[in-house]
Design a protein around this ligand. Structure first.
Ligand code: 5FU
Length: 259
């Protein structure tokens, strides 16, 4: 069984500055919690992020669900990222030919390459999607996660598709920093695993989302980061909920370290 490394050791082994920084933040703040910030009003979203900032290592955005997007929102989000020390992950799920994703990543209304530290991509188009994204000049030296598995019922990212995705990650480690997955797919300490579909109780929503607990995801399945949306922002006290997920996620990691 491979030895489980602490976050500081992982940081030292990472040649990519984004994963290095991520593991340093995780060590310093003792958190493997990513907030899935899926509110549609920018003022409410910034308030949520400011309140939960102390407990998280990443804010994951869906920038295209904001009803009132502005440059000012990006400015304030970036200020909060500096204030609380977290990385910004835009969950755009690029999934087109290389030439198209170049424009989707760098241009349009959102100019994602100017502000995101982390992005992600489906591998269904083949390696061209990675080659395209990699060409774009970025502000923060952005790293890319490949969607190797999904949390939703009946998804097709399984078996050979998942394995081919792992291979694409291993072949593109200058830009690919890991996976969206619901299990550990590679022992390489430079590749980070992030898992959505997390709540404090197992269950599902009405539209196919399936939830696992922090201990199932981190201790048993060997993922690195839990991604939590409604479990935090729909809670009566989101800051308190974030604190609970931080503790549950970190305790689950300590349990894996010491088991
Ligand atoms: F790639 C994936 C996936 O497989 N499942 C997901 O749920 C991404 N997600 C995202 O994580 C989804 O788009 C939401 O932004 C978030 C989960 O939110 P929840 O409210 O915790 O269910």
């Amino acid at each position: 069984k491979p030895k489980v490394l602490g976050y500081r050791e992982r940081a030292k082994l990472c040649s990519n500055p984004i994963t290095q920084r991520l593991f340093e933040i995780m060590e310093k703040k003792r958190t493997n919690l990513a907030l899935s910030a899926d509110l549609t009003d920018s003022k409410q979203l910034l308030q949520l992020i400011d309140k939960t900032g102390p407990y998280i290592c990443i804010v994951k955005t869906h920038i295209d669900i904001l009803e009132d997007f502005s440059e000012d929102f990006i400015e304030k989000l970036s200020q909060l990222a500096s204030k609380h020390e977290f990385l910004i992950f835009e969950d755009r799920k690029f999934a087109d030919i290389g030439n198209t994703v170049v424009h989707q990543f760098s241009g349009g209304v959102y100019h994602i390459s100017n502000w995101a530290h982390i992005i992600n991509a489906h591998t269904v188009p083949g390696a061209g999607v990675i080659q395209g994204l990699k060409m774009v000049k970025t502000q923060n030296g952005c790293g890319c996660l490949l969607i190797a598995e999904m949390s939703s019922a009946g998804n097709l990212a399984t078996g050979d598709y998942t394995q081919a995705t792992v291979k694409m990650a291993e072949e593109n480690k200058d830009f690919v920093i890991g996976f969206i997955s619901v299990s550990n797919l590679s022992p390489d300490p430079e590749l980070v695993h992030m898992t959505p579909g997390v709540q404090l109780e197992c269950g599902r929503d009405d539209l196919g989302q399936q939830y696992l607990t922090p201990s199932e995801v981190i201790t048993r399945r060997g993922s690195d980061v839990i991604i939590v949306g409604r479990g935090i922002y729909q809670a009566p006290d989101p800051a308190e909920a974030a604190r609970q997920f931080q503790v549950a996620g970190y305790d689950a990691f300590v349990a894996r370290l010491t088991e």
